[in-house]
Design a protein around this ligand. Structure first.
Ligand code: 6GU
Length: 278
């Protein structure tokens, strides 16, 4: 996969040279090129922003440097498949959610270009002009506001890159991840343990040293259900009940959840008649 990143802070992307993604780049599974947007400015101040039409706070990124940057980068297609158009990813808190499913979808593309906005965003015309020539994905990490797209690119490239064949050491390690199965059958992962067997007076759950692999799998599933109830109850409500066996349902009952009308829902409290009034 080829990844181009356009930013006014190329040094912000230095972590892409480290660890899993850095190693993958060394092994040529990934080719990451970062570009300074200011190389596509022509004034002495290398201006990339201006005040917003219509007024308001902050500054907007000018369209010309972005247009020239995308022209220049797309003028050098993949040597192995010169016909493929890149996908442009624009990290923005106004985008659609960046999910594990979106990471998996983007991991199938051979060429991604990330456009890091700063300030109040990029002039809309630059995005629209790009969309005439290539798929454009405006994506958000979540419901909070970062100062710019650079950190979001680090997050997205790591989430996408670890799904590429040959990036993870163990081909199975992505399979059991929280969200690997998609939102309809996702539970959070439960706790994990390693040696020593005793540490500061704390042991390891006995089941994990029993050698009973069926019982271990059941225990892990129960832990996943309990953690999902505690931390992300809205994920449970999205579960397809056909993914729940009778043991799952018994565990959920003990946690105050049940399958009702084909949905996973919180069990009504004993006093529910009282709440209805009389
Ligand atoms: Cl992708 N960008 C910025 N600037 N802020 C964000 C975000 C992205 N996702 C959440 N907040």
């Amino acid at each position: 996969m080829r990844i181009d990143v356009v930013t006014i802070f190329p040094e912000y992307l230095a972590p892409l040279g480290v660890s899993l993604i850095g190693k993958a780049a060394e092994r040529r599974v990934l080719e990451i090129r970062t570009h300074d947007l200011r190389q596509w400015t022509s004034d002495v101040h290398r201006t990339v922003d201006d005040s917003p039409y219509g007024g308001g706070p902050g500054m907007v990124m000018k369209p010309e440097p972005w247009g020239d940057a995308l022209d220049a980068i797309t003028a050098n297609p993949l040597p192995e498949s010169p016909e493929v158009a890149p996908t442009l990813v624009v990290p923005t808190p106004s985008g659609r959610p960046f999910t594990q499913a979106k990471a998996a979808e983007l991991a199938e593309r051979s060429w991604l270009i990330f456009a890091c906005g700063r300030y109040e965003g990029i002039d809309r015309r630059a995005i629209e002009a790009a969309a005439d020539r290539m798929p454009v994905e405006e994506l958000s990490l979540g419901d909070y506001v970062l100062a710019g797209g650079e950190v979001a690119v680090l997050v997205m490239v790591e989430a996408i890159g670890r799904l590429l064949p040959g990036v993870l050491g163990n081909a199975d390690s992505a399979r059991d991840d929280s969200f690997a199965a998609g939102p309809m059958e996702s539970l959070l992962e439960g706790p994990v343990y390693t040696k020593p067997a005793q540490w500061r007076g704390r042991g390891v759950p006995e089941i994990l040293t029993s050698g009973n692999h069926g019982a271990i799998a059941r225990w892990r599933r129960d832990q996943a259900l309990a953690r999902t109830v505690a931390n992300r109850p809205e994920l449970l409500a999205r579960l397809d009940p056909v993914t729940l066996d009778k043991y799952d349902r018994a565990t959920l009952a003990g946690l105050g959840w049940e399958v009702r009308d084909g949905r996973v829902e919180r069990t009504e409290a004993e006093d529910f008649v009282d709440k209805q009034g009389s």
